[in-house]
Design a protein around this ligand. Structure first.
Ligand code: GRF
Length: 203
């Protein structure tokens, strides 16, 4: 399955895809890594893996709609069957999301529908939840509200800081994101009628 990965930062989830592919566990072809930030460390990871990296800065665009149109143009040049958001820290316009509906996925560092938006680990600690985690979901126009594909839970310990909790969650991110992508690549998972289907049945 040809894929394009969108990043803004460290790219540790991108690395999990690169590693899974190298181990022969992930039937994908990462055609390109696109970042909105030139200093994203994930671009180094792409380069080290021989994957073309591209930077499309949001500076210099008048509005979200025009940036998103330019972004879609860069993505579509690679003809991906799947577009993977991996720490891409921009809200995407409805038109962009609709263009890729059913082939655009994201990982969010909480057990959705809890803690949509930013600063999820801080908010989990403030709410004193005992279980936290991460979610892979299809992207729809409403932020962090798309149909779920897979989630992983982690315990929250009394002495956790946002950093220790984030680390525990990220270990699970690197496990479930490649898993979800593998299911998509194998045709086991899809989005239809606004919900997720797995092996022919609604999730
Ligand atoms: C992850 O925590 C992900 O859940 C969130 O952004 C972070 C990206 O990390 N959406 P990385 O760039 O993959 O290391």
């Amino acid at each position: 399955l040809p894929v394009v990965v969108l990043i803004s930062g460290s790219g540790s989830n991108l690395q999990a895809f690169i590693d899974g592919q190298a181990r022969g566990e992930l039937p994908i072809d990462i055609r390109a890594v696109i970042s909105n930030r030139a200093d994203a460390y994930g671009l180094e990871r792409a380069r080290a893996a021989g994957i073309p990296g591209e930077v499309l800065s949001h500076r210099g665009f008048d509005d979200r709609a025009s940036y998103d149109r330019a972004l879609a143009e860069v993505i579509d040049r690679h003809e991906p069957g799947l577009v993977i958001l991996a720490g891409f820290m921009r809200i995407l316009s409805d038109a962009f999301v609709t263009h890729y509906l059913g082939r655009l996925i994201n990982i969010h560092p909480s057990l959705l529908p809890d803690f949509r938006g930013l600063h999820t680990h801080e908010r989990a600690l403030e709410s004193a939840v005992q279980v936290h985690g991460c979610s892979v979901h299809f992207v729809i126009p409403e932020l962090d509200a798309g149909p779920l594909i897979v989630q992983a839970e982690v315990p929250v310990w009394p002495d956790d800081t946002p950093e220790t909790l984030a680390r525990r969650v990220q270990i699970q991110e690197h496990r479930i994101y490649p898993l979800a992508v593998r299911w998509l690549a194998e045709g086991r998972v899809c989005m239809r009628e606004g919900r997720t289907w797995m092996d022919g049945r609604p999730l």
